[in-house]
Write a protein that binds this ligand. Structure first.
Ligand code: SAH
Ligand code: SF4
Length: 395
């Protein structure tokens, strides 16, 4: 490496991704970004591809965080890397484990902001629910995250880093050459269903997913990665083309009148516009079917007529419908539908030929269930009286 190597504009932009330590974080750089950064810092161009492969293996396959451990690189090269770069992932502030084994991590990212990541162990698989933003610009009326303003977008490194943090905690860095198959992994599936609207942070989410699905990256099959969106229509075709993972849509209502209230982005892109955008997704992304998420809110969207309308609306789209019993949070304006109601709704969908699994609420005792996430820093900003009211301890 030579100190005089020219730094291109692109590289400057990339380096800005992590301004705090003055060093560039290598986690979250795409292969081509990493290559450019290395070359700009003096790595010989003809060796750059090999260096990228080596670094990726250490970082994403072996979970190494220090250049010192990269024994197939010369000592001098390791020292040069350490001077300019770092390998950093979000810091775990706290971990809570639910009675049902669900783990919720509160993570601190650059700037002192906090996000939550949830690990859900299930029979034969383990799903990691990751966040894409601190807060959310949207204000879905049943969602706890929606009550928190958008603080900032996560970087690709902070998004992919959540998977690395979970692997750290679960002790899942395989021995070299013995990477387990997807289905036997503790983290076998990733869902972008934590805090934030992933399609309002498109580039970072795209780059993070590229790392998660790369065979030499975190190496999960793209069929085990699901991105959930509230319906940012202009980005859906692009998601198929540039990301290519499975898609879930927060549908939640069968008339524009109700959907406007539940998922206000519907006022911009209504049900018809959304469905039209979805018709091409499976073909464009080469994936089998779209998941329609449908939160069950008592007396709001849970009637048999809604179930029948839902089936009519999605006709022709390869789909599965995931019914989510509403998860309550302090001050929420809705109640969960009764169990018989949910079953009756599921039955209509099932008889119409769609899979209609009911999502078992997980980790409710630690507020880790869908839609309950909100960062603790935000909670801490509330007054004592609000907190007392929330916890029922009296004011
Ligand atoms: N912003 C994206 C992804 C995060 S939300 C989106 O809206 O799709 C992940 C899922 O949890 C969405 O389907 C969302 O509608 C649902 N959800 C939000 N709040 C919920 C709650 N209180 N109970 C049940 N599901 C909820
Ligand atoms: Fe944002 Fe999704 Fe919550 Fe809506 S449901 S407020 S889009 S995180």
């Amino acid at each position: 490496m030579s100190a005089s190597a020219p730094i291109t504009q692109d590289v400057v932009t990339i380096a800005r991704k992590l301004p705090e330590t003055g060093k560039t974080n290598l986690v979250g750089l795409t292969r081509s970004e990493l290559r450019e950064v290395l070359i700009a810092h003096g790595t010989e161009e003809k060796k750059a591809k090999m260096r990228v492969d080596q670094l990726w293996q250490w970082i994403y396959q072996k979970g190494v965080r220090s250049f010192d451990e990269m024994t197939n690189l010369s000592k001098a090269y390791r020292a040069e890397l350490a001077e300019r770069f770092e390998i950093s992932v979000p810091e775990v502030v706290s971990k809570q484990v639910s009675e049902d084994g669900t783990r919720k991590y509160l993570l601190r990212i650059a700037g002192g902001h906090e996000v939550e990541t949830v690990y859900i162990p299930e029979e034969g698989r383990g799903t990691l629910c990751i966040s894409s933003q601190v807060g959310c610009t949207l204000t879905c009326s049943f969602c706890h995250t929606g009550t928190q303003k958008l603080v900032r977008n996560l970087t690709a490194g902070e998004i992919a880093g959540q998977v690395m943090v979970a692997r750290d905690d679960l002790g899942e860095w395989p021995e070299p050459g013995r990477a387990p198959k997807d289905e036997t992994r503790l983290v076998s599936n990733v869902v972008m269903m934590g805090m934030g609207e992933p399609l309002y942070n498109f580039e970072a989410v795209r780059d993070a997913i590229a790392i998660i699905k790369d065979d030499e990256g975190l190496s999960l099959s793209r069929k085990r990665i699901t991105l959930s969106t509230s319906g940012v229509v202009p980005e859906i075709a692009r998601t198929a083309e540039e990301i290519g993972c499975l898609l879930a849509i927060s549908f939640h209502a069968t008339t524009d009148e109700v959907r406007d209230r539940l998922v206000p982005i519907n006022k911009k892109w209504n049900i018809e516009t959304l469905l039209n955008a979805l018709r091409d997704y499976p073909r464009l992304s080469n994936s089998e079917r779209i998941t329609f998420e449908y939160v069950m809110l008592k007396g709001v969207n849970d009637g048999d007529a809604d179930a029948r309308r839902l089936v009519r609306l999605i006709a022709g789209i390869p789909a599965k419908i995931n019914l989510i019993p509403f998860n309550e949070w302090p001050g929420a304006p809705y109640e969960r539908s009764d169990w018989e109601r949910i079953e009756s709704f599921a039955d209509i969908i099932y008889k119409a030929g769609y899979a209609s699994p009911i999502r078992t609420p997980r980790g409710e005792d630690i507020m880790a269930a869908c839609g309950q996430l909100k960062s603790a820093t935000e909670r801490a900003r509330k007054s004592r009286a609000e907190i007392a009211a929330e916890t029922g301890l009296g004011g």
